[in-house]
Design a protein around this ligand. Sequence first.
Ligand code: GRF
Length: 198
Amino acid sequence: VPVAVLASGTGSLLESLVAYADRTDAPFTIVAIAVDRECRAAELAREREVPVVERRLGDHPDRAAWDAALTDGVAEHDPQWIVTAGFMKILGPAFLGRFGGRIVNSHPALLPSFPGAHGVADALAHGVKVTGATVHLVDDGVDTGPILAQVPVTVEAGDTEATLHERIKAVERIALAEVVAALVTRGVVIDGRKAHIP
Ligand code: GRF
């Protein structure tokens, strides 16, 4: 099953998805990587000879034009599912209209706690003893879609945002790849706010 990944960070989640897709029994292939800037994720994609769709917000007159250009660029590769893995932009109506219901995101906190772009720092600042990773379907909110999987990560004394985030990403990378594999194989049942992979 063809999957496109939206990434624009250090690409560690992308790397785990690409590695998983390379398995002989993998139920999905990565057909394209979309980024909104030059980044390690784009370099990784080029190294692995995966097509890169680069759509910089600044190259477009407004957000709607960027949204349309990103949507068209990704749609060219006919993905069945979209994974956002460190893509730090809110997806627009064109993209959600085209791929809505088939977009999976990974967030480095236990939603609904600590949504947004600083979930790791916010959890640390709040003094929680346990945080973790959440894999969820994307809806038109920010980190608000139906939850598919969660993995706890203990906060340790002396943790900084960086050390805690690295420990979260270590479990996040596994959870995300396994959820994507299950989704493309068995689909998902939505019951109100809840999602269930049969
Ligand atoms: C991940 O923790 C993801 O949940 C968050 O940003 C991080 C991306 O890491 N949105 P990387 O860029 O894949 O290393």
